[in-house]
Design a protein around this ligand. Sequence first.
Ligand SMILES: C[S@@+](CC[C@H](N)C(=O)[O-])C[C@H]1O[C@@H](n2cnc3c(N)ncnc32)[C@H](O)[C@@H]1O
Length: 279
Amino acid sequence: MEFSQEKIRFFAKYIEKELGIVYSDSNYFQLEHRLSDITSQLGLKSLEDLWMRATSGIDTQLKELLLDIATNNETSFFRDPSLFVGLVKSIVPELLSANPQLKELRIWSAACSNGQEPYSIAMALDEARSENPNFPNYKILATDFSERVLSRTKARTYSQLELQRGLSASRLQRYFDPGSAPNTWVLNSRIPPSNFQFQQLNLLDPWNFDHNFHIVFCRNVLIYQNVDNKIRVIDKILKVFEKDAYLALGAAESLLGISDLFEQVHFENSVFYRKKRSN
Ligand SMILES: C[S@@+](CC[C@H](N)C(=O)[O-])C[C@H]1O[C@@H](n2cnc3c(N)ncnc32)[C@H](O)[C@@H]1O
């Protein structure tokens, strides 16, 4: 028996309310398929049973499962490699020339998924620092709404397959040690755990950080949001900017129609955004 569109819409609307992720009618088939996975995970017999359970109140377990199926955790090490070149060759030097006393960069990876993004940032900065002793140290706050991906980030452990996506052999050798399970690798102490903080955070909820950031990476997450949410989040990012701070977006993202308070800074193939400077 076909699960009715109305019932799928109930789940779609819940996901949109919580995460701002919009399912159009044409994606209902995909959502139905994912709801079937939850049905079996919860040991329920049918989607009808899942709907009955959900309509009598969505508890924490069901909420986590529903929000998890709605998001795409796709990521890789050094995704959009030119951005990491721009970071160390252009952005950090710019920050340093604006503030020669800068000893420690505060960086936020705002939708860190399984951790490849914050750890790629750390490796790029560590390499630059080993070539230039004046290069500042760093602290990275890694956040995501999903506890599941955050705990993977904290574990610092990756499969061979995950490492092959973007990590060079020389970086593998320099930054990873073999893990206890076959074909796994663990990030080593060249990237010190004490340089990281982790926090579960839905970007649509209020934020309350105890400091501002020199660089914010908010990549491949707003792309799934409607324009109002994009505007709201970008507005809030500006409020947690340190003076002269920079924002990195995903390669397919831009601030066109979202905010005119930023200007682009290009370095070779990389694009960063900073608050417009008055002439
Ligand atoms: C496609 S991944 C991007 C990962 C990484 N930034 C990159 O570009 O490789 C998107 C991540 O955003 C997270 N996410 C989705 N909606 C979110 C929200 N409203 N608040 C915080 N994180 C969210 C998902 O859990 C997922 O880990």
